[in-house]
Design a protein around this ligand. Structure first.
Ligand SMILES: [Zn+2]
Length: 406
């Protein structure tokens, strides 16, 4: 077994416990956390991993929403307006999906140990399955034309089958519904049947822009012309409420973005036991609003998780960059309080959203997904904030107890 004695252990457990001058013993799993003297007594043969006396150990980050297929192109997309952006994505799509997954090893260097990968085509499947990264692989379905449903459903099933064949301790297949406006309700129903029968995690983009909300509520606004031009469709096939209702039997359910939700939507999301995934940078570039984090707590503590989205709507896939943005965006929440909330959402909150409850925090018997970095902090009250502001140099990224940085 391995032994580490960092200055601080930030557990990211439900009480956000932080231990000073404690030691941790682990193999693939976390075996014990205690004072150094006690650990030495109990585990005299443990192999010590040397660390500096200003080091912080915390759980590996969980990026719950990332598109690796859209990694090739960073600068040819139009930002500032959702419809302009959507048109530019479609125009550049072939180029965008060419290269998929060189990001995985960078993600590990930056402290991410679990991702929720949204896959449109399955091009990144092998890279994900072969990476040490823990991957929840969301096979995404998209398409609203009735005459295409059979074809799209067959393609979806083939991708699910393929990803299921790659399942392992660190790779699990899952299901993504692209959005309420882009997937036919019949197709959603059939796809969710498969997800629910197999207890696969489910996710969907939801209310990302005011144009989406307007289209779903009243079949009006900027989407009107887009749907007419591209799909010859003149009215929305669902409302936000009808859409959420379709997920009543889903387990490990999450909705991404949710910047345009109202109280009723949140109540319904809460009733489904769903998590909300926040992608602050993507929302800053594509939407006119950010997520109202406080409204999640007002209702009934809806679980919050964090994602970077893809490089087609972000400049970085480093989750620490995302946390920094979130810290400066949500100005109504006191910064230390917000920082703790954000670190929790990027670890244990993420684990809840993706249905990997054996990861995401430093607690006995959990899988040893942990990161270590040097940061000189004097008081434990300041650790969360300074970690988000200053964390730069991760020295160890343990996934299942094995350091993947050498
Ligand atoms: Zn997305």
């Amino acid at each position: 077994v391995n032994l580490i004695s960092p200055k601080w252990i930030v557990t990211c457990d439900d009480s956000f416990n932080i231990f000073e001058d404690y030691s941790i013993v682990f193999d693939e799993n976390i075996i014990d956390i205690d004072l150094y003297s006690k650990i030495l007594e109990k585990y005299p043969d443990a192999k010590t991993i040397e660390v500096s006396n200003s080091s912080i150990l915390m759980p590996g980050l969980i990026n719950t929403h990332i598109h690796l297929e859209f990694s090739a192109n960073k600068t040819s997309l139009k930002y500032g307006d959702f419809i302009l952006w959507l048109n530019s994505v479609i125009k550049n799509r072939d180029h965008l999906v060419e290269k998929a997954t060189k990001e995985l090893s960078d993600l590990i260097k930056n402290g991410t140990t679990t991702i929720g990968a949204i896959s449109s085509y399955g091009y990144e499947l092998d890279s994900c399955a072969n990476s040490p990264m823990n991957v929840i692989f969301f096979n995404e379905v998209i398409g609203s034309k009735p005459d295409m449903i059979d074809t799209l459903f067959a393609d979806f099933k083939a991708r699910v089958k393929n990803s299921k064949a790659h399942e392992s301790d660190n790779f699990k297949s899952a299901v993504a519904i692209h959005s309420p406006y882009s997937v036919h309700p019949f197709l959603i129903r059939e796809v969710l049947k498969i997800a629910d029968q197999n207890q696969m995690p489910v996710t969907a983009h939801f209310l990302e822009s005011d144009q989406e909300r307007e289209w779903l509520d009243s079949s009006k606004g900027a989407f009107e012309e887009f749907f007419k031009n591209f799909l010859n469709q003149t009215s929305s096939l669902t409302t936000p409420e009808e859409f959420i209702k379709q997920f009543q039997n889903s387990t490990n359910l999450s909705f991404t973005h949710c910047v345009e939700v109202d109280k009723n939507h949140l109540k319904m999301i809460d009733d489904c036991g769903a998590s909300v995934i926040h992608c602050p940078n993507s929302n800053r570039l594509l939407s006119k609003k950010t997520l109202n984090i406080e409204s999640l707590d007002e209702l009934d503590n809806i679980n919050l998780a964090i994602g970077t989205d893809g490089l087609s709507s972000n400049y970085s896939l480093n989750l620490f960059d995302e946390l920094k943005s979130a810290l400066f965006m949500h100005t109504s929440i006191e910064p230390n309080t917000l920082s703790q909330k954000l670190l929790y959402s990027a670890t244990k909150g993420g684990a809840k959203a993706l249905g990997v409850s054996n990861r995401g925090s430093i607690e006995k018997n959990k899988i040893a997904d942990m990161i270590l970095f040097d940061l000189d902090v004097e008081s434990k009250d300041d650790i969360a904030l300074h970690t988000i502001l200053h964390e730069k140099n991760i020295t160890h990224t343990f996934i299942r107890g094995k350091n993947e940085l050498h």
